[in-house]
Design a protein around this ligand. Structure first.
Ligand code: NAD
Ligand code: ZN
Length: 247
């Protein structure tokens, strides 16, 4: 039984690390990019989410972000996030490396969270560098499109996330790879594992000898490397693993 095996592996972990993707927040109501119902069935990612197109046309980016940002800001942690909090508190995990930018791991109470794609909770002006909270900028969208910098009036206000064509944050990537290389169990949750270099993180763990557990709604390219693959919803599978560990 896969849930049982996952619990067994985590119970023996001395340094378990979780790696989460958009699927971990799907049950909080935030759409994933890929997969059934994913956003990329609606938008062209290169047009909407690359730094080049953002610089050329911030309005197109913010038109999509107007809807998405509001959903993400209103989202609340789901039972999968809460199970990860409990796994960390009980010592089965030492950290969560996330590709998500929604801040829901921190909001749910996870202590050691490494964001490798940045955070959509803040916005930075690329013209003068000043930062503002996303909620404040989001509120301006109703009357201002694209939003303007309150300090310099510039129109290149960008959520502090990594867009296609942008470098990864060096310190976060360094910490994530170090965690992966020293992990003995790597628990992947809700990631299609096709976005690189982020997907290199679980791969680094496997190469360093970690056991790999994958919890995802659909197959991933790393399934054949995993000791346990559970195709299911994070908000159901993670609490099931946790209850076996608590039993
Ligand atoms: P992805 O969108 O590429 O893939 C998500 C995966 O989650 C899919 O394979 C899907 O089958 C699976 N999934 C969907 N619902 C699930 C559920 N309830 N339980 C378990 N699995 C489920 O996501 P990704 O691999 O994280 O990569 C896309 C990039 O887009 C990320 O790097 C991230 O930066 C960004 N993103 C972030 C958010 C967010 O912050 N919530 C949302 C969308 C995209
Ligand atoms: Zn500015």
């Amino acid at each position: 039984m896969t849930v049982e095996r996952a619990a067994e592996l985590l119970s023996a972990a001395r340094k378990g690390v979780a790696f989460t993707g958009a699927g971990a927040s799907a049950e909080s109501g935030i759409p994933t990019f890929r997969g059934v119902g994913g956003l990329w069935t609606k938008y062209d990612p290169v047009k909407v989410s690359s730094i080049d197109s953002f610089m050329r046309d911030p309005t197109a980016y913010w038109m999509v972000s107007k809807e998405r940002g509001a959903i993400a800001l209103a989202a609340r942690p789901n039972p999968g996030h809460l199970a990860l909090v409990a796994l960390e508190a009980a010592g089965f995990l030492v950290a969560i490396v996330t590709q998500n930018t929604d801040g829901l791991h921190q909001a749910s109470g996870s202590r050691h969270v490494v964001e490798v794609h940045g955070s959509s909770r803040t916005v930075q002006c690329l013209d003068c560098g000043i930062r503002e909270s996303r909620a404040v900028v989001q509120a301006r969208l109703a009357v201002q499109m694209p939003p303007q910098c309150k300090s310099c009036g510039g129109t290149h206000l960008k959520p502090s996330v990594v867009l296609f064509g942008e470098p990864m944050p060096v310190a976060a990537m360094h910490e994530a790879l170090a965690l992966a290389q020293s992990a003995d169990v790597m628990l992947v949750v809700g990631s299609s594992l096709v976005v690189h270099p982020a997907a290199d993180i679980p791969l680094a763990a496997v190469r360093s000898g970690a056991t790999l557990i994958i919890v995802n709604a659909e197959p991933t390219p790393f399934d054949s490397l995993a000791d346990v693959v559970i195709h299911g919803r994070a908000g159901e599978v993670l609490p099931a693993i946790l209850s076996l560990l608590n039993a």
